[in-house]
Design a protein around this ligand. Structure first.
Ligand code: AOF
Ligand code: ZN
Length: 366
């Protein structure tokens, strides 16, 4: 049984923010709860880029009752004129007397100015309540707004012996139904999904989001230096969301034109033999793709890891042993000579999902 306190309301604000994950584009998810005279008088979340911020919705619901109220907000109220006016001015205008903030806004246009402005007006401000949860929730936004680079989450399902398919290539399915539903939730929550061309050729995947409720489809990105993707591929034909092919300068102009004629955007990333992955992510960032779910295969996973471009790894480990020296592995790369050189993961979590174990963490590049 929870005791009613500040945390109760901040948790509610975080839950509302969480439910909007995936639908705010490059914007963060934010929730806000207004409490006055012992009652919740306003609730709000930021639902779509370009539309009202969380505080604006919650304060509109609270109306006159916002006077003297406490405002719980998961992210520092903004202080800048963006697509919408500054939330700190809206809070000041509403005459709230206390503001509880989970975490500061890393956007260089805000970064503490929102809190400073509220304090300047004599409003009591506390920062940090459930701050870690708020920061995790917006980990993609936090990276994108400070670096312009998308946040990359790699997910893979593997057997207990680290294989992502049998030696024949068969991979349907490694993990169980609950894990697979979770992956579709991750697709909904990420702006784009990325795979290597070999996976596209082997599986002809749709890369859409299929859940028991309607959800958002990510942009589909294929890393394909030699332009081997077929224009007949299901993802090219279905028209459900854009397809981007990352290739290199000098790849076959005829194939380029053919893919383009089918609505595929083909982007050159470097002049080398292989796609310059870092340059590719920079270009995708410039196109306002702030989060990418990397879904393999092993070679692309390995290359992304080696290049230090994976921000987060989510592994669904199924209670199976498939064996086979040639069975593909989750991370295929040259490897290191010594255990002391291994890439370490930080902030690991484990969770049981059906009969699988979900392990997630953040690779630490030194
Ligand atoms: C808040 N509350 O609910 C959100 C905030 O283009 P705009 O006007 O929507 O501004 C986007 C920026 O505002 C975004 O980068 C982040 O710094 C902040 N988002 N701030 O006070 C909200 N979504
Ligand atoms: Zn705002």
């Amino acid at each position: 049984m929870d005791v009613l306190n500040d945390e109760t309301y901040m948790k509610l604000a975080l839950d509302m923010a969480e439910s909007a994950k995936g639908q705010t584009g490059i914007n963060p998810v934010v929730g806000c709860v207004v409490v006055s005279g012992g009652r919740v008088v306003g609730l709000g979340a930021h639902l779509k880029r370009g539309e009202g911020h969380a505080e604006v919705h919650a304060l509109a619901m609270a109306g006159e009752q916002a006077k003297g109220a406490t405002v719980y907000v998961t992210l520092e109220p903004c202080s800048h004129y963006g697509r919408t006016p500054p939330c700190c001015e809206r809070i000041i205008e509403a005459k709230a007397s206390r503001v509880v903030v989970a975490s500061l806004d890393p956007n260089p246009l805000v970064a503490g100015r929102g809190v400073a402005r509220l304090r300047e007006e004599g409003i009591e401000v506390e920062v940090g309540l459930l701050g870690e949860a708020s920061q995790r929730m917006n980990e993609a936004f936090n990276k994108f707004i400070t670096t312009g680079m998308p946040f990359v989450t790699m997910k893979t399902a593997m057997t207990l012996d680290g294989k992502i398919a049998a030696k024949t290539g068969d991979s349907r399915y490694v993990s169980g139904p609950q894990s697979r539903a979770f992956v579709h939730t991750l697709r909904h929550q990420n702006m784009a999904i990325m795979i290597g061309v070999q996976t596209a050729l082997t599986d002809d995947p749709e890369l859409t989001t299929r859940l028991s409720v309607p959800a958002l489809h990510p942009v589909r990105i294929v890393v394909d230096s030699k332009l081997r993707l077929s224009a007949q591929a299901r993802m090219v034909q279905d028209g459900l969301s854009p397809v981007i092919v990352l290739t290199v300068e000098g790849s076959d102009p005829v194939r380029k034109a053919e893919l383009a004629a089918h609505g595929v955007e083909v982007i050159d990333c470097g002049a080398g033999e292989k796609v310059d992955l870092r340059a590719a992510l920079k270009i995708l960032g410039e196109r306002e793709i702030a989060s990418i779910l990397l879904e393999g295969g092993g070679l692309l996973n390995g290359a992304m890891l080696e290049s230090g471009l994976l921000d987060k790894v989510i592994l669904f480990v199924a209670p199976k042993l498939i064996g086979g020296a040639s069975s593909p592995e989750a991370f295929a790369f040259g490897g290191f000579d010594k255990m002391s050189e291994a890439i370490e993961m930080t902030d690991m979590t484990t969770e049981r999902i059906g009969s699988d174990i979900c392990i997630s963490g953040y690779p630490k590049y030194v």
